[in-house]
Design a binder for this molecule. Structure first.
Ligand code: NAG
Ligand code: NAG
Ligand code: NAG
Ligand code: NAG
Ligand code: NAG
Ligand code: NAG
Ligand code: NAG
Ligand code: NAG
Ligand code: NAG
Ligand code: NAG
Length: 687
């Protein structure tokens, strides 16, 4: 099945275009701004800026002898490739095609109709000559078509017709036509979007050998990084499930040709560009996804507060007053999905809360999958047995669709990495029967937000025939006789700390410290405070392979308790219960500026709930379960920045037993089907 990524825009655009296409069109001038260091061409058409990857053209044909006068060496012009199989015999359908292109794509505009190339992979049908008057009305100047067809047409006097000797087999869409060394080349075109919320480190695009090129320049009218997004038309005939999905990547995952920085300039300094993509990222590419750049993260995936970022400038959250936290560590991921409607997904990692919390504060969907669901090879580690990879999306159906295709058994982690049993991941409607409402984590902090949650709960109970059970999670653990959870505080403070420290120190911290000392006369690397002291004072007596192995053993025992006594499978349910809690701010603003949070009407984003033994965020890192952040509404607050009423998103977290991810996705899709859950908007408000 192909996912219809752009549906909603079609109707409105068609209405507008029916009238606009009928009138003669005046084209915006084609203006070259500059060439990039990687031989790309940056140009504008009207107020839109583009990059053409002229170094990696998608096709080339010999320049025809009688065209040399026009297409002299170095000449270039925007052009559109149109699949002639889609042009039926009437001129009217050509107009329809252009309207469809405009409605489905934010890259193509009528300014690309300066030249048109009719192509076909299956043999060209005859083209009705009324097409030419249509093109002339759209101010087209040049039409390229195969020689045998061109001969039969008395073309329109305003058009020059070019017979192609060569064979051009290209996806439809906008290209930059350039004349070079006796050939006409067709370079793919990217629209450059300004990263105005500063969520990205940089944009990147894929070259012909699968290596990524960073867009390392800024443009006169852009104050922030430019993110290149390809035309959606390029993937129209691509049957792969993620064809054309635009995906942003946390700069913790390897992308071929780019240095993985982990958010640290020091780490980037001592490392070479990645030789290949991380397997988790390669899978996205194999499924047809398009990677558009690397986004910002708290350095080395730490839980650093916004005000503790030193190496990079903290990203901005579009919600509310624009001064709210993006949380951490996948900060740029949640905020970019909340900010940009040209972006479809962002990939993040979650060790302690790093996808779930950024999703909560940005009002987007984000998941921590079951422990072991996705390979973390070629991803800078934090805790080898607590790291997970998740995805942000603004739409519940698209989120579920992505996850179900991305997570695949061949990329599950081995049991010796997780220290846990082999994963079983059924894709069924064996839904939970019980909603666990933990009184040590709920109600939501802001009483105005709680009715939104109450509505969801009553909706879930009637839709799935569930019953609500109020529990005290801390008391449940406290009274458990199993020694595996006898001291949950210690499981959190000692066991998880060892797991979350050892892998990163061994694979990142120690090598960085050694390399820096060797390069700079014994100096310690310049890094953010979150890791400076812990690495400087790292205690190998307390944290080493032996204590790590012992921590894995303790965690495994805790997971076994959880899955037999707390969230277990029954013949009817993958996970008998779904546990609700809030990883976000409970409907209060949490600001990027520290001092503004010292206010009863605001909150710090990562407080531990009073009376609970461990933070709600820690339940799944400890017990291996799946934990999804789901936006459910929004509430008002009075901003200490705009001095105006604003809205902050309200989210809830849904937790199920390890392995029940797809069942939870199916439940979320059913809630979306009845309109209880909805796609969020980009920008100031989620709803
Ligand atoms: C760009 O120009 C178009 C029409 O020429 C206009 O509708 C649009 O608002 C402009 N966009 C910006 C960002 O200026
Ligand atoms: C070409 O298109 C015109 C106008 O739509 C139509 O009247 C004519 O029948 C078409 N010719 C052929 C051969 O289909
Ligand atoms: C043109 O390319 C298509 C698709 O690659 C191929 O099927 C066809 O045989 C080619 N035609 C010629 C004349 O080379
Ligand atoms: C791939 O292309 C990049 C950029 O064009 C280049 O730097 C790199 O050497 C190429 N790698 C291989 C393996 O060809
Ligand atoms: C885990 O098991 C795999 C396959 O059995 C093995 O190749 C790998 O070295 C093991 N890793 C560790 C950390 O023991
Ligand atoms: C669930 O919520 C939706 C949207 O608020 C509402 O239309 C629907 O009637 C509710 N269903 C139940 C069973 O409460
Ligand atoms: C939950 O149980 C813990 C431990 O028994 C207790 O300290 C706490 O006050 C309880 N919380 C609530 C809300 O009942
Ligand atoms: C639980 O562990 C903590 C931290 O390691 C320790 O301070 C506390 O004394 C332990 N409590 C019990 C009841 O063993
Ligand atoms: C290092 O850890 C060991 C074992 O926990 C402890 O005895 C020792 O005091 C620690 N050293 C420092 C400097 O904290
Ligand atoms: C609720 O917010 C207050 C600040 O207004 C904070 O002190 C408290 O810890 C928060 N409670 C929870 C459960 O987050």
């Amino acid at each position: 099945m192909r996912f219809p990524i752009v549906q909603t825009a079609v109707a409105a655009w068609s209405l507008f275009l029916t009238t606009s296409l009928a009138a003669p069109y005046r084209r915006n001038p084609f203006t070259i701004l500059q060439k990039t260091t990687d031989h790309g061409v940056v140009f504008t058409l009207g107020n839109i800026t583009y990059l053409a990857d002229t170094k990696n053209p998608k096709a080339a044909i010999p320049t025809m002898a009688n065209d040399l006068a026009v297409f002299h060496e170095g000449f270039s012009m925007p052009m559109t490739v149109i699949d002639a199989n889609a042009v039926s015999k009437t001129g009217k359908s050509f107009e329809d095609i252009v309207e469809n292109y405009l409605a489905a794509d934010d890259v193509f505009t009528m300014d690309f109709l300066e030249a048109v190339c009719l192509t076909s992979s299956t043999g060209l049908p005859s083209v009705n000559s009324s097409v030419f008057s249509q093109l002339a009305a759209m101010d087209a100047k040049h039409v390229f078509m195969p020689a045998h067809l061109a001969e039969h047409h008395n073309h329109h006097k305003a058009l020059s017709l070019h017979a192609m000797d060569g064979n051009v087999s290209l996806p439809p869409g906008p290209y930059l036509l350039s004349s070079t060394a006796g050939r006409l080349t067709f370079a793919p075109v990217y629209r450059l979007y300004e990263d105005s919320y500063r969520n990205f480190l940089y944009g990147a695009y894929e070259g012909s050998n699968g290596s990524y090129t960073p867009l390392d320049v800024t443009y006169p009218s852009f104050r922030y990084p430019a993110i290149p997004v390809p035309s959606r038309l390029y993937s129209w005939n691509d049957p792969r499930p993620f064809a054309g999905f635009r995906v942003a990547i946390k700069d913790l995952f390897d992308m071929k040709g780019l240095v993985t920085s982990g958010g640290s300039q020091a780490w980037a300094h001592i490392n070479e560009p990645a030789m290949s993509n991380a397997p988790s990222i390669q899978r996205i590419i194999d499924l047809g996804g398009v990677l558009v750049g690397k986004y910002k993260l708290a350095q080395f995936a730490s839980g650093a507060h916004p005000w503790d970022w030193q190496d990079e400038h903290y990203p901005f959250n579009p919600r509310g007053d624009g001064w709210l936290t993006c949380s951490s560590s996948s900060s740029g991921g949640g905020c970019s999905i909340a900010a940009y409607d040209w972006l479809d997904y962002a990939i993040g990692s979650d060790t302690g809360s790093s996808v779930r919390r950024p999703a909560a504060v940005s009002g987007t969907y984000g998941n921590r999958p079951s422990q072991g669901l996705m390979s973390l090879e070629q991803v800078l580690p934090l805790g080898g047995a607590t790291d997970t990879a998740g995805v942000f999306s603004g739409d519940p159906h698209r989120w579920a669709y992505f996850a179900k295709h991305w997570y695949t058994p061949s990329l599950y982690q081995s049991t010796n990495t997780t220290g846990l049993s082999t994963l079983q991941v059924p894709d069924t409607n064996a839904f939970p029967k019980t909603i666990l409402y933990p009184t040590d984590y709920l109600p939501l902090n802001n009483s105005a937000a709680e009715p939104i949650l109450d509505n969801l709960i009553s909706n879930m109970t009637s839709l799935f025939g569930m019953t609500v059970k109020r529990i005290n999670f801390t008391a449940t653990v406290d009274t458990a006789s199993d020694p595996a959870v006898a001291n949950i505080t210690s499981l959190w403070r000692d066991t998880l700390r060892i797991i979350n420290t050892y892998t990163q120190y061994t694979e990142v911290g120690a090598p960085l410290i050694a390399a820096w000392a060797a390069l700079f006369d014994g100096r310690f690397p310049p890094i953010d405070p979150a890791r400076r002291e812990p690495w400087h004072t790292f205690n190998a007596t307390a944290v080493n392979q032996q204590t790590y192995n012992e921590a894995l053993r303790q965690k495994k025992a805790a997971v076994e308790w959880y899955e037999s006594q707390f969230q277990y499978s029954t013949p009817e349910s993958c996970s008998e219960s779904v546990l609700l809690y809030d990883i976000g701010t409970g409907g209060l603003p949490s600001y990027r500026e520290e001092e503004l949070n010292n206010n009863p009407l605001a909150t710090y984003a990562d407080t531990k709930e009073e009376g609970a033994a461990i933070p709600g965020a820690t339940i799944c890192p400890l017990f291996g379960c799946a934990d999804f952040t789901v936006p459910i509404g929004q509430v008002k607050y009075y901003s200490q920045v705009t001095f105006h009423t604003e809205y902050v998103p309200v989210t809830i977290n849904m937790v199920v037993k390890r392995g029940c991810d797809f069942v939870l996705y199916n439940m979320i899709e059913k809630l979306a089907d009845v309109g209880m859950l909805n796609a969020v908007q980009t920008g100031r408000t989620a709803f």
